[in-house]
Write a protein that binds this ligand. Structure first.
Ligand code: ATP
Ligand code: MG
Length: 273
């Protein structure tokens, strides 16, 4: 079985990519899935928020592995992989990854270096989630080229139609030129303030605009300080505030993602018959 490789992407900063990557990953692990979280952002927020506060001190990180792939050396990804107490594995980033963006520009097969890195470990996992950086540069293109699915977190209050359009164009270009397996799972509304109707209006607008082409997840992630607190705690929302509304939302999102996966598998099986 091929694992699900899901990029969490949006070039807009601070929309909840890292928070979603982490908690969807933990949610899937709680459902018995074998999960690897990949930090593809030189800011290393995912690595830091999972309890490795000094990623620059880690001896081997994603940029080391991508460097080995570029040099045609053995990748040995297991040297970089960290194990979190809540049952997920983590491929950490460090600031060195920002140099990779530059090295990739002139490299051969520059769009598929991350895919090469993941090829060596993907058999061990059912789900690999990639936390993208807030840009549409080479690292994000590498993430999309390595993935079969994309999830797009969007902050309802600050939806940029133009930004979303650019992101969709990039996904479609990667799909056409590099990775025919790539498809969009859906748009996820994050940091939703339940006191306003904004989220409902925005999700109606998104559904109207993109219609049948792109799913807007039925689950919204509510705004809550509880979600903001976990970045300093090194644990999931399920450990930090298990009964809260954000934990409930990420549990629902996990179920929704798994349901979509089942439908897709069934659809593919039907096509194969
Ligand atoms: P970047 O583009 O910088 O990588 P990001 O898209 O990964 O950002 P996050 O880091 O997940 O976004 O979230 C941005 C900030 O919002 C963080 O401080 C985070 O703790 C906070 N946050 C995330 N989700 C929620 C939520 N549901 N409610 C309130 N705050 C949240
Ligand atoms: Mg982030």
């Amino acid at each position: 079985m091929q694992p699900t490789i899901l990029s969490i992407a949006n070039q807009k900063g601070g929309v909840g990519k890292t928070t979603t990557c982490t908690n969807l990953g933990f949610g899937l692990a709680q459902e018995g899935k074998r999960v690897l979280l990949v930090d593809a952002d030189p800011q290393a927020s995912l690595t830091i928020s999972l309890g490795w506060p000094q990623p620059d001190a880690l001896p081997v990180t994603l940029s080391t592995l991508m460097g080995r792939a570029l040099m045609d050396e053995p990748i040995r990804a297991e040297e970089a992989i960290l194990h979190h107490a809540e049952g997920v594995d983590v491929l950490p980033a460090s600031i060195e990854l920002s140099g990779m963006e530059v090295s990739l520009v002139n490299a051969m097969s520059r769009e598929t270096v991350l895919r090469q890195v993941l090829d060596g470990v993907k058999r061990q996992y059912s789900h690999i989630l990639i936390d993208c950086m807030p840009s549409l540069g080479m690292l994000t293109v590498n993430a999309l080229a390595a993935s079969n699915r994309v999830l797009i977190p969007v902050q309802a209050q600050y939806l940029s139609a133009k930004g979303l359009e650019q992101l969709l164009q990039t996904v479609s270009k990667v799909h056409r030129q590099l990775n025919p397996k790539l498809a969009i799972d859906g748009i996820l509304l994050t940091m939703v303030d339940s006191r306003t109707n904004y989220a409902r209006e925005i999700s109606a607008l998104l559904r109207e605009t993109y219609g049948s082409k792109i799913r807007v997840f039925a689950t919204d992630i509510p705004h809550s300080v509880r979600a903001a607190e976990i970045s300093a705690e090194g644990k999931s929302i399920f450990a930090h505030d298990p009964k809260g509304k954000v934990a409930e939302a990420y549990r629902a999102l996990t179920k929704e993602v798994m349901r979509i996966e089942k439908q897709r598998e069934k659809h593919q099986a039907d096509l194969g018959r």
